[in-house]
Design a protein around this ligand. Structure first.
Ligand SMILES: Nc1ncnc2c1ncn2[C@@H]1O[C@H](COP(=O)(O)OP(=O)(O)OP(=O)(O)O)[C@@H](O)[C@H]1O
Length: 581
């Protein structure tokens, strides 16, 4: 447990460090407000006693004016406190959100394959929102509450020590109870956050697949699962809330006892003329005020539990290490890059090997066509090249360098890939082509589009480069999105390009127009083309035929085409790669 508190505290301090100036201002405001809070009852006590002794009216007016001024100041400080508190909490938690997102974006695909985007949203935003109040107010309110408590008890000892002793005992018992039961709701709060993340995951998954859900009449089934997920959130949420309010309820009960005892003692002292009426009021007022810091501590305990569950979940997320370690080399040979696979074995899941002993090499500028039946492992080869996964064994070298030794940004700056699933982002066509890189000029975009024969298509789009595209593929057809992806890749002038069935969604006329442009652009780089249509491979230098994760055939296209017994020649004769079976 102390270890957990240590983690929470070190986290807290890490994210609060950049806002320490504001925190100091927050604390100062709080101390001022506490001091004013303590002074006001004293003024009323004097007011009552002066009035009871039939004091002068001018003295009473001065006391009333002072009371009013202090009350107004205190309200103004409360507004300032609330503003600064929110400001600090947003600044500190936004930094945590940014850290979580950056971390998740770097995690490997094995992690992401198991998580839905909805769940990730909950972890990056929901969990953090849960701790935002804690971030801003925890330290400040804990310090503030203790200062207020000490102030009240100090004044009470001056006014009446027997009553002060009762109040001190009550305070210590309340704090002791709070400390003992502070972790009561942490685990259930954690379960509540997990259930909420699952609910978001479910909603996101179904909304993302809305076409399939509607077309297959799946709405009742989705609603059923939705109700189950909601019920889990409700059940865990109710339990967590119940356990979180226990500390608060405990202090309220203890407080009722304390107030009764103190009031009885106060009335007794007044009747035996040991204290004045004003002092009786002061005792009553301070007893009431005592509840505030203790309740505050109870609330902060509740926040602490909620926050701790969020902190734990975020801490767990940040502790997950990507299986992809970044390399250190930042340089690669200029120009087209050679590629070598050396006895590469790979599996997504331990018990199901996907690639077996893949060994081949390509010289700089060579073009490889990969063909094979669905599920034979073609895309897996490109995913390994891009280090989306690590190989189980074997080595991949690009430009003579083991890709594990290269820095990922160096690797990605030299490799481009177009897949069948193109991701569009919310932004202009220009943003989607340059991926928000402002260094790429319109001139370069138009030039590349012209070379790919796409400029007429761009000109026909409303707004041309400024035309707005929305994410999720609502604005372009699948074929058009592929054209965007092709232009996007060639704008980065890669030294190695992987085209994963790049023209699968284009009509025959667009495909052949594009083919010559791609041929031209690929003259400056090494290329891998994963193809379903044999016609796409007419310009390939080498051909690889994959079957069930093994290389069935690898060689120059011409020699394979000339060998009547080769798979490739048989495919050419049959005119379809389905013959590969
Ligand atoms: N994320 C994944 N997790 C587990 N198994 C996977 C994953 N992706 C692919 N596989 C499995 O790996 C094998 C090879 O898949 P891969 O996508 O490389 O095939 P492919 O030849 O590119 O197929 P296609 O022509 O349909 O795109 C398949 O059996 C597939 O089920």
């Amino acid at each position: 447990m102390p270890h957990n508190i240590q983690i929470s505290m070190s986290w807290l301090l890490r994210y609060l460090k950049p806002v320490k100036g504001r925190m100091a201002a927050l604390l100062l405001l709080l101390l001022t407000s506490t001091a004013l809070q303590l002074i006001n009852p004293q003024i009323i006590q004097r007011f009552i006693d002066t009035a009871a002794e039939s004091g002068v009216v001018s003295g009473l007016l001065a006391l009333a004016g002072m009371f009013l001024a202090i009350s107004v100041c205190q309200q103004l400080i409360t507004v300032g406190l609330s503003y600064l508190g929110n400001d600090v909490s947003w600044r500190a938690t936004n930094q945590l959100r940014a850290d979580l997102l950056k971390h998740c974006l770097r995690l490997d695909m094995r992690f992401h394959n198991l998580k839905t985007p909805g769940e990730m949203i909950e972890r990056i935003d929901g969990d953090v929102t849960n701790m935002s109040n804690f971030f801003a107010m925890f330290i400040v309110q804990i310090v503030g509450s203790f200062v207020l408590l000490t102030g009240i008890l100090g004044f009470m000892f001056v006014t009446s020590w027997p009553i002060a002793i009762v109040m001190t005992v009550f305070t210590l018992v309340s704090i002791g109870v709070l400390v003992c039961i502070r972790d009561l709701g942490v685990q259930t709060s954690q379960a509540e956050r997990a259930a909420s993340a699952s609910l978001f995951g479910l909603i996101e998954e179904r909304i993302a697949g809305i076409e399939d859900v509607q077309a297959n009449g799946n709405v009742p089934y989705v609603m059923n699962r939705f109700h189950h997920a909601m019920r889990a959130v409700f059940v865990h949420g109710r339990k967590a809330w119940m356990l979180r309010v226990v500390p608060w309820n405990t202090t309220v009960i203890l407080f009722s006892f304390a107030v009764t005892v103190v009031l009885l003692m106060g009335v007794h002292f007044y009747l035996t003329r040991q204290i004045t009426l004003g002092m009786l009021f002061l005792i009553f007022q301070y007893t009431q005020m005592l509840n505030e810091p203790i309740e505050q501590l109870g609330n902060q305990m509740q926040e602490f539990q909620r926050a701790k569950s969020g902190l734990r979940r975020s801490g767990e997320l940040l502790a997950i290490r990507s299986e992809i370690d970044d390399g250190i080399r930042q340089t690669m040979p200029d120009g087209a890059l050679s590629l070598e696979f050396d006895q590469v074995h790979f599996s997504y899941k331990e018990d199901k090997p996907v690639l077996h002993n893949i060994t081949f090499s390509l010289g700089p500028g060579e073009r490889l066509g990969i063909i094979g039946r669905t599920g034979s492992g073609k895309s897996s080869i490109s995913r390994l090249l891009l280090r989306l996964y690590n190989t189980n064994s074997g080595t991949i070298r690009i430009g003579g360098e083991d890709i594990r030794s290269l820095r990922l940004d160096t690797l990605y700056s030299r490799i481009g890939m177009v897949t069948q699933d193109v991701q569009l982002f919310d932004g202009t066509l220009r943003d989607n082509l340059t991926l928000f890189d402002e260094r790429i000029s319109d001139h370069r975009i138009i030039e590349t589009a012209q070379r790919l024969g796409l400029h007429t298509w761009i000109e026909a789009l409303p707004g041309e480069l400024d035309g707005h595209l929305s994410s999720g593929g609502a604005s372009l057809s699948a074929g058009e999105a592929q054209l965007v992806a092709l232009t996007r890749v060639f704008l980065t002038q890669p030294s190695l390009v992987i085209l994963d069935e790049p023209s699968s969604r284009l009509d025959a006329a667009t495909e052949s127009a594009l083919q010559s442009a791609v041929d031209q652009l690929m003259q400056q780089c090494t290329g891998i083309i994963i193809a379903h249509r044999l016609s796409t491979l007419e310009k390939a230098d080498k051909i690889m035929v994959l079957g069930q994760g093994r290389i069935l055939e690898f060689g120059s296209r011409e020699s394979l085409a000339g060998d009547p017994f080769s798979h490739y020649a048989k495919l050419l004769a049959a005119g379809s790669q389905e013959e590969l079976a």
